[in-house]
Write a protein that binds this ligand. Structure first.
Ligand SMILES: [Zn+2]
Ligand SMILES: [Zn+2]
Length: 113
């Protein structure tokens, strides 16, 4: 029998200063600097998309220091969509991806190995 592993899901979002705090169903509270989260927007526009020759074009974007999420809404049961104060709204952050961007001391120390 396969062991059942429940992937944690975010259950609560709140803006605190320049951070987005996320409460997870496994009890973890992750924190994400707004700018960092915006810089790591996974959408094709922000990350560049390989063209037919395979080269990736990154569009130069200036992200304001006071960028903040205006709206966070669920996408199915696997991701969230963030509408940013600069009007950007195409980023879909999967739960896995979001959790991987956590900048709390606990998660950061795990990444340092
Ligand atoms: Zn984006
Ligand atoms: Zn964390």
């Amino acid at each position: 029998m396969k062991k059942l592993i429940l992937d944690p899901e975010p259950k609560n979002f709140k803006n605190e200063g320049n951070q987005l705090k996320v409460e997870w169903t496994d009890g973890h509270e992750s924190m994400h600097y707004h700018k960092y989260l915006r810089e790591n927007c996974p959408c094709a526009l922000c990350q560049g998309e390989p063209d037919l020759l395979g080269s990736v074009k990154i569009l130069g974007q200036t992200i304001p220091d006071d960028i903040r999420p205006k709206e966070v809404s669920p996408v199915g049961r696997y991701a969230i969509n963030i509408v940013w104060s600069d009007g950007h709204r195409t980023g879909i952050y999967t739960f896995d991806y979001l959790r991987g961007l956590c900048q709390c001391t606990e998660c950061l120390s795990q990444k340092d190995e």
